[in-house]
Ligand binder design. Structure first.
Ligand SMILES: C[S@@+](CC[C@H](N)C(=O)[O-])C[C@H]1O[C@@H](n2cnc3c(N)ncnc32)[C@H](O)[C@@H]1O
Length: 261
């Protein structure tokens, strides 16, 4: 890879892995560093969340390896992906490991880099715009706001064992924003649990599908009504949920697509 990027490692016959955040979908949201790496890479290992818009920048001769990863449908097991990155680097390849959003936010980037450290492989990590930032900015939902929210929590709605066994009491406090990744399929039970743990039934919740893409959709509802609203207007993955009073700002702050769409 003929990159003119700063690196901390000495040149060697061994390759290197660049763990790169591909952002939420719209290619203009890539960092300059991510784009330069994509344009120069020999091998690309990518996940299903990486948009076609972003893949347009990959060097035309680069070998592309799809690592998959949809919920309950892991095209390649995590251990196999870890080993693949190690093997490619040992073959002397310059590899871009491209992930949707930011690689260290619910992206298993940490696990992959730990495998590289264990195998003494050189690597760099390039941050990407995570779904929470994308949803917030493109759907008009400020994650913090002096009138409504003083803190923000990111949680996953989908655990390794398939449950969403969250710390509910910490998620129902007022004046905070709770962002739930991978929560769409468990939305009904998440809302029920929040109400059961003391959240007001009329607390606003927004669900945003495919933020930053032309297919972006935004639904603003309440904890008690979300299930019915999702039945009336089904949304698809990837979708992010934002819970808290800031969600009510979406209709007035929407700029990317008119609300509702
Ligand atoms: C495995 S996590 C990966 C998160 C990613 N590393 C990030 O930083 O955004 C996948 C979840 O991220 C959320 N997500 C990713 N891209 C999204 C988008 N463009 N719009 C809405 N939600 C998105 C969804 O909740 C999806 O189920």
């Amino acid at each position: 890879m003929s990159l003119h990027l700063h690196t901390n490692t000495q040149p060697s016959s061994q390759g290197k892995v660049y763990l790169v955040g591909g952002g939420p979908g719209e290619a203009d949201l890539l960092t300059v560093k991510a784009m330069r790496l994509l344009q120069a890479t020999e091998v690309l290992v990518y996940d299903h969340l990486v948009s076609d818009d972003v893949l347009r920048f990959v060097h035309p001769q680069a070998q592309r390896i799809f690592a998959g990863k949809r919920r309950n449908e892991h095209t390649m097991r995590q251990e196999k992906i870890n080993q693949l990155l190690v093997d490619l680097a040992k073959q002397g390849k310059q590899v871009v490991r491209l992930k949707g959003g930011d690689p260290f936010i619910f992206g298993r980037g940490g696990e992959e880099m730990q495998a590289l450290v264990a195998a003494s492989i050189a690597f760099e990590v390039v941050p990407g715009i995570t779904a929470a930032n994308a949803v917030s900015c493109y759907a008009g939902i400020p994650l913090t706001h002096r009138d409504y929210s003083q803190s923000c929590i990111f949680v996953t709605g989908h655990l390794k064992d398939g449950t969403a066994n969250l710390d509910w009491p910490s998620l129902v406090k007022p004046f905070q924003t709770v962002v739930i990744y991978m929560g769409l399929s468990g939305a009904k039970s998440i809302c029920e649990q929040l109400i059961a743990h003391g959240a007001p039934a009329n607390r606003p919740i927004a669900v945003v599908q495919e933020a930053t893409l032309p297919t972006q959709k935004v639904l603003v509802s309440t904890l008690e009504k979300l299930d019915a609203d999702l039945n009336a207007q089904p949304l698809q993955s990837p979708s992010l949920m934002v819970i808290g009073d800031v969600a009510n700002l979406a209709p007035s702050l929407a700029w990317f697509n008119p609300y509702p769409k």
